[in-house]
Structures are given as C-alpha cells and as structure tokens.
Write a protein that binds this ligand. Structure first.
Ligand code: ADP
Ligand code: MG
Length: 706
C-alpha cells in the first residue's frame, strides 16, 4: 500500500508499534503529525570543530573517538555517578567530558567508538589550563557513518520523545519527508504566500527538517530561515484569523445601545463617585462610553497597573447599564475579592439606591436560591460573584454589562466561554475585561487580539512610593519591631507566607507561624489568619475585621494577591520571597501604598539563592512600575512561563514564539485581519477554514463561523 501523510506513523520504517505508542502520547498519530514535530536546533556536521580551536564558554560540535571512560560513584548514593569520558578528535586533540548522573553510559561507550559531542566548553576547575565539556549531548555513530541523515550536512536535533532519541526521530523524519508531495494543499492563500515570498508548505517542512547545505547554521538556530519563518507565520496567522473571526462574529451580534448623554445618567454617575476621577479614568470612561452607545457589543480590555483605580471605572459603566434598564455583573477570580467588591459596591452604589447582589459558592442553599431569584427577576441590578456567575442555573433577566476582573487569572478560552454563556439569554452584553498584568503590546495582541484596549496609565493622586528592601531571616526580630511601630501609629500590616498551591504542608507551616507570632512576637496585638482553605464565612469575617482595623496584622497566603484593598495597611512582610514569581510579588505589594501614608515592603529571603531569584528581588527593589516588572519577568522566564502553562498550551504554538518573533506576529495579524475584512463569504477564507486542522476548529469554535 502506498504511504502518504495520512498513513499511520507506525508504518514508517523503524517506528513500529511500541514507538508508535510513545508518539501517540504526544498527539502524533500520522506521518503528517510527525512532520509537525520540528527540530529545536541544528548541528553543522559538514565542518566539525576541532578541539585545539575551542574557547571557554563557546558551544561546539565535535566528532571524536572514545579513548576511555569511567563511572565514579558517590559513596552514599550508589546509583548516582559521574561519568568521566576522554575523547580524541581526528587531529589528535584530547577533550575530557563529565556527565553528571552519567551511570547509564557505563559499558555503552567502548574505546574506539565514534561519536558526536555537542556542548559548551568550560574551564576545568581542577586543572584551569584545560577545557572540558559538562553533560554534552552525544550521538553514537555506527560504523564509518556516511548516511545522509547523520553526516555531511546540517543535521536537525529533536527533543527526545520518551525513549525515542533525536537520532531515531531524525531517521523516521527522513522517511516521512520523502512522502511530502510538493503540491500538497497549503493553508496559506497562494497570493499571500507569493507576496511575502514564503515557500510552499511542503517545501517549508522539508527544509525545516533537512535544510539545504547552503542554509546558514546561525539563521536556522535563531529560527530565521525562510522555511521556519513561514511555519511561524502560519501559526500566528491561523491564531489571529480565529481571533479576527470571533471579533467579526461578535460585532455582527446585537447589543443594547445605551443612552449616556442624558442628565439622569450624568447625575447618577456623579452621585456614586467617592472622589474626583484621575485624567486617565476620565479618558478611559469616555472610550467605554463610546462603545456602550453603539448597538454592537463592547469587547474592551482595561489595562491598568495595580492600584490605578480600575474598579471605579467598572462601577461607572455598571451604573450606565443599570440606568438604561439592564443588569450589570462583575466577575472576580476569588471569593475574597468578590466579597470586597460587593461591600464596596454596597457602600458606593447602595448609597445611591442601586441593589447589589452577591453570588458565590459559599452561600447557604436558601440564600443562593433567593439570590438566583432576584437575578432572574431583575431585582438584582449589580450582581457580583466568582465563576459561579457562569453556572448553568444562573439566568439574568436582562444582562447589559459584564466586567471580568483580574483577567490574568482566567484563561483566554475561559473568557470566551463566559462571554458566550452571558449571551445565551438574549442580546450580548457589553464586556469589559480588567487586568493589572501590563504586558508589552505585541504580546497583548496574542492574548487579547480580539479586544480593544484602554490603558489607565496614571495612579490616583496622593500616593507615596513604597520603599522595598530585602532582608534575611536573621533580621526578623528587627522586622517585627518595625511592624509594632507601624501598628502603634494606627496602621495595619500583612505578613505573607508562600502557600502557593495551598498544599497541606505549606499551609501547616503558615498556620504554625501564625500561632507562634501571636504568642511570641505580637502577644498584645490583634492578629488574623487568612488562607484559601477557610470556609467562605470565615474568610469574610477575617477580611471584614481587617477592613475595620479590628485585625491589625493579617497573616496570610497568596489569597490576598489580587485586588484586596485596605488603604490603612502600610507594611507588607513577604517571607520566603524567593519562592514567588515577579508578577506575584508585584501583585502582593500592590496591597500596600494605597493611601497617603508611607508604605514599606520587606522581602525576607535566605542569603543563598539562585541567580534568578536574586534578580527577581533586585527588580522589586529597583522599581514598582508594573510595566518594567513585566518586561523583567519576560526576560527572566521567557514567554511560555510568563503566560503560564495554561495559556501557552491553549495558544498551541509549536514553533512560534511571540517574544522572539514579534515582527511576524504583527505581520500575521495584519494579513489575517485583512482576510477577515474581505468578508467571511469569500471563497479564499472559506477554503482556509475548510483546511484548518480539527484541533484548531475545536479550539476556537470556528465551526460556528460562515
Ligand atoms: P486596581 O486598579 O488595582 O483594581 P482599585 O480599583 O482597587 O485599583 O483602586 C485602588 C485604590 O484607589 C482604591 O482604594 C480606590 O478607592 C482608590 N481610588 C481609585 N480611584 C481614585 C481616585 N480617582 N482618587 C482617589 N482614590 C482613588
Ligand atoms: Mg482591582
């Protein structure tokens, strides 16, 4: 039977049923799927480096023969060994290598064996005159290998899949590449491809796996070869296309056009404002109003650093919706935050006669039923809750406006689902997404490409900058002394423990610390304990007492990370600060410095920590600008980590990297939107949609388009 790209992967020579199973675990079922598994780097196996030429810290690929090797075992942990290897290249240069956890190499490397080493040259600590390689990647060569996949060319290196090493993947890939039909259908429109000078899909795949000898190694390893650029473009293009289509579909839907320019509405807005809005708040409200007056749904992202006053803007939009005879809803990522928003809504909107409703899972069944009833009849005008708002049994009488707070806690798709859900009963509500994660513009296009963006780039007046410093556990007595002074001056404090996943062990430590602090460091002060495992009422109770200054020191976990607003709190001590990420530290610190008083943030960390951890804490000391912190965070962690695994997994990029490939992202966005603008009924767009892999169609609900 003739093989093709749709043949099962196990049909490829050298794959077989066992390896096929490993591939399937990675979602690779067919030959075509396999071709989508791209190399992460390349080696020049035409011109090898010579040992005599290598320099400290350079990275080299060397072909050499084994002289000898020996595993040296740790006396206590017999299984842990360092494998010492000595090799010699063709010119007679000797190189020693060390493999940590290298016991597995014992007996596998025999004298005379030919191999290829790839790694960084480092100065040998014991003999500084010599260079060595630590844990280089090695590939054994059989015979005098002349095989065109292994030698005499630029060779692709793949991430191993289970026990299938790069070499085996390369061989299977070589067979798969032979099956590419140069005229295979191309998801990129022909004229677009011609205009951008991109190779056809088949050619791009072939050259990405097995580059032409004329291709530059440097270009390949920086993902700048034309073939790679085309594949990167394709991923961005399809993603942006899906966002564009979504946006297009939403625009066609009906929403209620609100009337804002009426005295009644203006009066209402004035009535609820507890303070004079900043210029930024005024500008952003005007942008929102312009959207709300249109009969198409608003889809807007409100980006503003921690403490910039996003809540008030959301409340203003809510009042406009209510004055127009509809309901408004505000969804928060945590119960604590929902309750806090609810209390502040009652303070401001309640005073003006609006009825706010709280809907969280912690409610008693009877309360919940009553609440659901008031939402159904429309009696509840502003509904505040957690993700409970999108549960099956929640039906709004007439939802006109929906705000989603602290969007970075929700995934992109979660937001989409929420918006669909909100629209399932009647016209689509206007949606405002609030986020404090200041991400660079190009990246915000990848995450929020379907939203219009407003920016609150000004903090309310009268804030004094927060002083941040790093100290070690040894100095804690002094830190506690500073806390006592602050409390004596009438202020409040947070002490934060790293219970990040709310694991039992971490939680136990936090609770024990709370007990110890209550007894030893602050026996005369009122302490409160807040963590995610408390029942809703308990959380509420503690937070309310903290709001009323009946709790002076709140011992807590990352549950206070988002949104909590107690302006009288002026000190935050973060223990084990080295365990937190930058974004998290910034969010946490945003809980203080909210009033006119001087605030201080004390980061407690051990003397010894990783370079990365130190860089994080240094960044916190250096700046409190969320934008700078986000950039530093991106630099330290790279985009995958930055977005969080959930986000990057959802985006489904295999080769594209939004940070590295910014210009392609911009280009792809422009082209994708142009295609959508041409009209969804046009043949070219229909053709592209018809060709999208099922994965994409499912991911972006593209089925509903057309
Ligand atoms: P975030 O943008 O982080 O959600 P909040 O909405 O919680 O910020 O606002 C932070 C603090 O600033 C709150 O105490 C809020 O009452 C206050 N605030 C907001 N806008 C103003 C303003 N225009 N003038 C003075 N204080 C303001
Ligand atoms: Mg907020």
């Amino acid at each position: 039977m003739a093989m093709s790209l749709t043949s099962e992967a196990r049909m490829i020579k050298g794959v077989g049923p066992q390896r096929a199973e490993l591939l399937a675990e990675r979602g690779i079922y067919t030959v075509g799927d396999l071709l989508g598994y791209l190399p992460f780097r390349y080696e020049d196996r035409v011109q090898f480096s010579q040992v005599k030429d290598i320099q400290p810290n350079g990275t080299y690929t060397i072909r050499a023969r084994v002289i000898g090797g020996q595993a040296i075992r740790n006396r206590r942990f017999r299984r842990d060994a360092i494998y010492h290897l000595l090799v010699e290249d063709e010119a007679g240069g000797l190189l020693s290598c060390k493999f940590f956890h290298g016991g597995y190499l014992e007996g596998r490397l025999k004298a005379g064996q030919l191999l290829i080493l790839h790694g960084k040259a480092e100065v040998d600590r014991l003999r500084p005159a010599r260079l060595e390689m630590i844990n280089p990647q090695i590939e054994l060569l059989e015979r005098e290998e002349t095989d065109s996949t292994e030698m005499g060319r630029i060779v692709p290196i793949y991430e191993a899949i289970g026990t299938i090493g790069s070499k085996q993947i390369r061989r299977a890939m070589y067979a798969a590449v032979q099956l590419i039909d140069p005229r295979m259908p191309d998801v990129l429109p022909e004229n677009l491809r011609a205009r951008l000078g991109y190779p056809a899909r088949g050619e791009a795949l072939r050259h990405t796996h097995f580059p032409e000898p004329t291709e530059s190694l440097d270009r390949l390893n920086t993902f700048r070869s034309p073939a790679q650029q085309r594949l990167i473009f394709e991923e961005f293009f399809l993603y942006q296309l899906s966002l564009g289509l979504d946006r297009h579909a939403t625009r066609k839907e009906n929403a209620i056009a609100f009337r804002v320019r009426e005295d009644r509405v203006r009066e209402a807005l004035k009535r609820i404002l507890p303070f004079k809005p900043t210029e930024a708040q005024k500008r952003v409200l005007a942008e929102i109003v312009a959207d709300l007056e249109k009969p198409a749904p608003m889809n807007r992202l409100l980006q503003g650093d921690v403490g910039s006053g996003k809540t008030m803007v959301a409340f203003e939009a809510a009042v406009i919706a209510i004055e127009n005879g509809t309901q408004a809803a505000l969804m928060a990522p945590t119960e604590i935050l929902a309750v806090q928003h609810f209390l502040s809504a009652r303070r401001t909107l309640g005073k003006a006669g609006y009825r706010a409703e709280l809907l969280i899972s912690g409610l008693k069944p009877a309360e919940k039923q009553a609440s659901l009833g008031r939402i159904r009849t429309g009696e509840a005008q502003l509904v505040i809750g957690t993700h409970t708002l999108i549960e099956e049994n929640v039906a709004f009488a007439r939802l006109g406006f929906l705000a989603i707070d602290e969007q970075h806690r929700f995934g992109v798709l979660q937001r989409k689902r929420l918006m669909d859900k909100a629209a399932s009963h009647g016209p689509r509500p206007h949606v405002l997404v609030l986020t404090a994660t200041p991400i660079p513009r190009t990246l915000s296009l990848t995450l929020y490409g379907d939203l219009d963006v407003s920016v609150l780039d000004e903090l309310p007046p009268g804030r004094t900058p927060i002083v941040t410093r790093v100290t070690s556990e040894r100095h804690l007595p002094g830190v506690w002394e500073a806390l006592r002074r602050e409390v004596a001056a009438g202020h409040q404090a947070y002490i934060v423990y790293p219970v990040i996943e709310e694991s039992k062990l971490e939680l136990k430590a936090a609770i024990e610390e709370y007990e110890r602090l209550s007894k030893e460091a602050f026996p005369t002060l009122k302490l409160g304990l807040l963590h995610g495992r408390l029942a809703s009422e308990e959380k509420d109770e503690v937070m309310q007492r903290f709001h009323r200054n009946e709790v002076q020191i709140l011992v807590t976990t990352t549950v206070v990370e988002v949104g909590v607003d107690v302006p009288n709190a002026t000190v935050m001590v973060i223990e084990h600060a080295e365990r937190f990420g930058l974004a998290q530290l910034h969010q946490l610190r945003g809980r203080i410095g909210r009033g006119a008083e001087k605030s201080q943030c004390i980061l407690v960390a051990p003397f010894r920590m990783t370079e990365e951890a130190r860089a994080r804490l240094d960044t916190m000391v250096r700046t409190s600008n969320g934008f700078e912190i986000a950039e530093a965070d991106l630099e330290l962690r790279g985009p995958g980590e930055f977005f969080g695994t959930r986000q990057s997994g959802e985006l489904g990029f295999h080769i594209a990297n939004p940070l590295r490939d910014k210009h392609l992202l911009e280009l792809a966005r422009k082209e994708a939107l142009a295609l959508v603008e041409e009209g969804t009924q046009r043949r070219e767009l229909q053709r592209v949609l018809g060709m999208l892999p099922g994965e994409w169609q499912r991911r972006y609900h593209l089925a509903k388009v057309g």
